[in-house]
Design a protein around this ligand. Structure first.
Ligand SMILES: [Zn+2]
Ligand SMILES: [Zn+2]
Length: 282
């Protein structure tokens, strides 16, 4: 029987700093990540049954290992009569996604409940009262954006600390702003990217969880990483002291590597970063 995945690769379920992430990511093959607590599906390189229920999807770029599941997703949501799903795609790729889905609708002679939303760096979307999505810049061979999920808290303004609750309620009722907004960057995902991303988007170093591709590990894959605008392990080693993240989930490893080979290669990452690295492996 032919196997879908290289040995030791395939479906992954893990928790990074309290954030569950489930999916598959193999470079050039298939990537998708379910983020149930962030109410979002990242990518749909394939659309297995358990991703069809997500009504918010963030796609980083048009490479089909990240996007091929789109038509399948749209068609099956229609079949299940699910409400409109919002699919964020890079602004420059939005028209092509529209044309693709339009062709599929014509092939099937039905209309999908899909809203394609062009994403531009800096855009902010409220996903829930306490959860915001920010579009980040991307750096890859085709138009790409990244995504940042932030928890939004409203804290009592410092100068009101110690004041009686009824007094605060009265001030609020009179229109005074009694709280200040606090953004907690929970998880960032820059999509497929070259090492240029670290200068283009330095906030990656400061999120609680960073979901970062590391397609290539081997020494003789350095040129390949550069040619295809992907991260090589060396790019991470060169910046090892800059990652302030609680957890760095490394993902999107090439299908050339087996799971053991990947774990072995990551052992060279020095402390204190080494212990905060979590490979996206089963
Ligand atoms: Zn990819
Ligand atoms: Zn790509």
């Amino acid at each position: 029987m032919p196997q879908d995945y290289p040995p030791g690769r395939g479906r992954v379920r893990l928790e990074a700093a309290g954030i569950p992430i489930e999916g598959v990511s193999i470079a050039g093959h298939e990537s998708f990540y379910k983020l149930p607590t962030l109410r979002t599906l990242l990518e749909f390189g394939r659309a297995p049954e358990d991703v069809v229920g997500f009504s918010t999807v963030c796609v980083s770029h048009g490479h089909l290992d990240h996007a091929a599941g789109f038509a399948h997703f749209a068609s099956r949501r229609r079949l299940a009569e699910l409400p409109t799903a919002r699919v964020y795609v890079p602004d420059e790729a939005a028209l092509l996604f529209e044309q693709w889905i339009d062709a599929c609708q014509k092939l099937e002679a039905i209309e999908y409940a899909i809203e394609i939303v062009p994403a531009r760096p800096g855009d902010r979307v409220r996903l829930r009262n306490d959860l915001e999505l920010t579009v980040l810049p991307g750096r890859h061979r085709v138009p790409t954006v990244g995504y940042l999920f932030s928890e939004i808290r409203h804290k009592l303004r410092d100068e009101l600390a110690g004041i009686d609750g009824s007094e605060i309620a009265a001030r609020r009722a009179s229109g005074e702003e009694v709280t200040r907004r606090e953004d907690i960057p929970l998880l960032a995902y820059p999509g497929d990217c070259s090492a240029e991303i670290f200068d283009a988007c330095p906030e990656l170093f400061r999120t609680r969880v960073l979901l970062l591709e590391c397609s290539f590990l081997a020494e003789d894959d350095r040129a390949r990483a550069k040619d295809y605008a992907h991260i090589h392990l060396d790019d991470i080693l060169a910046r090892a002291d800059r990652f302030e993240n609680e957890v760095v989930v490394l993902t999107h490893f090439s299908q050339r590597y087996g799971a053991e080979e990947i774990r072995e290669a990551l052992r060279v990452i020095p402390e204190p970063l080494g212990r905060r690295i979590l490979p996206f492996l089963p």
